[in-house]
Design a protein around this ligand. Structure first.
Ligand SMILES: C[S@@+](CC[C@H](N)C(=O)[O-])C[C@H]1O[C@@H](n2cnc3c(N)ncnc32)[C@H](O)[C@@H]1O
Length: 359
């Protein structure tokens, strides 16, 4: 039987269509597999995003907690700082009160002594010879308003007032100390060896004029301490006999009459004992000016220069007195080798002192 060509063609076409259909189904199955894989990937990524969002939320909340803690600490610190400032003010006020009371006490003692002297005179006792020091406050009182004169007249008035104060400070030295203390960056000074205040008062007066600054005088006013380490026989003998109690009383009288209480603090202890006070955080590296004029023995002058130079801030000034004394020579040499000499003079009219700046 002969094949019908028309029938054969349609069989081929049907076969092709069937193959095409199978291919399409195959493709559709493959696409479905890819779609399922993509959906699984999308699902995995969504899960990952949700997990990351969770982590971000957790970090954000930790961050917020930390920020809150920082704010709380800052508030607490501000409160502490305010409390420190308040307490420092109370301490400063107490110190002022102590200085004022000390001055008042010495004034009362002086009045008492005057009453005693008067009572003695009325009983026809022979006059006690008054030391030069005891007459000084009376002379100062004879000035009309010495505090006002000091405030108005500056250095000129100060020099006139100093004529009546016990001590060994030349007008040139007083002017140099006044100039150093007048500098805007000088607010804390220390003097080792006040005696009657002749070199302390120029610094205090400069502070009073600019309305800021405190000078700490370190002075035991004790004969035994003054001769603890030897200088020479004549000098040591003089220091054994001088009435340091009267000198002290006069000093406080001057401070009170010149209304310098706010700018003067006194540590009635030897310089060695004052060192720990100034090593504390309150004063460490804050001293702007030191005047070394305590005991003039070799050991004490070297000790004072070495220790007080250490306590001075960098850029601060140290004044060493009596550089012409053989016993002070070693201390002077020490300073020359460790600090910068900015001024030096040695004659009786202007004084015998050097000024050093700490590098
Ligand atoms: C030369 S006078 C001071 C003079 C005073 N600066 C002036 O210019 O008029 C020395 C003073 O140092 C005091 N002094 C002695 N030994 C001392 C020490 N270890 N520490 C502090 N001061 C001392 C003495 O009592 C004495 O008043």
């Amino acid at each position: 039987m002969k094949n019908d060509p028309q029938l054969s063609d349609s069989a081929t076409a049907a076969h092709d269509l069937e193959r095409l259909l199978r291919l399409r189904e195959q493709t559709i199955r493959e696409r479905e597999t890819v779609t399922r894989e993509r959906e699984a990937e999308i699902e995995r990524l969504c899960g990952l995003i949700a997990q990351k969002d969770q982590e971000i939320k957790a970090i954000q909340s930790t961050l917020a907690e930390r920020e809150q803690a920082i704010v709380e600490r800052e508030t607490a610190n501000r409160e502490r700082e305010a409390e420190i400032a308040r307490l420092s003010e109370i301490v400063a006020r107490r110190e002022d009160e102590i200085t004022a009371l000390q001055a008042l006490l010495f004034e009362r003692e002086r009045t008492l002594r005057q009453f005693e002297a008067h009572a003695g005179q009325t009983q026809a006792q022979p006059d006690q010879p008054q030391s030069e020091a005891e007459t000084v406050p009376v002379n100062l009182m004879s000035l009309v308003d010495p505090a006002g004169a000091l405030r108005e007249g500056g250095l000129d008035s100060l020099l006139k007032i100093l004529d009546r104060v016990d001590g060994w400070c030349t007008a040139n030295k007083a002017a140099k100390l006044y100039e150093l203390a007048s500098s805007p960056d000088c607010g804390l000074a220390v003097e080792i060896g006040i005696f009657g205040g002749k070199s302390l008062l120029p610094v205090a007066a400069a502070f009073a004029r600019k309305g800021a600054g405190v000078i700490y005088g370190v002075e035991p006013w004790e004969n035994a301490v003054a001769v603890e380490t030897a200088t020479n026989d004549v000098n040591d003998d003089w220091w054994r006999k001088i009435d340091l109690v009267a000198i002290k009383r006069n000093f406080f009288g001057h401070v009170q009459r010149l209304q310098l209480e706010k700018h003067v603090r006194v540590l009635e202890i030897p310089s060695d004992a004052a060192i720990p006070v100034f090593q504390s955080a309150r004063y460490a590296d804050k001293i702007d000016l030191v005047h070394v004029d305590g005991a003039h023995s070799v050991e004490q002058s070297v000790f004072d220069c070495a220790y007080w130079l250490k306590l001075l801030r960098s850029g601060g000034h140290l004044v060493l007195d009596d550089i012409n004394w053989p016993s002070v020579a070693l201390a002077h040499e020490f300073l020359k080798s460790t600090a910068i000499l900015t001024y030096s003079v040695s004659n009786d009219a202007e004084g015998h002192f050097s000024i050093f700046r700490k590098p």
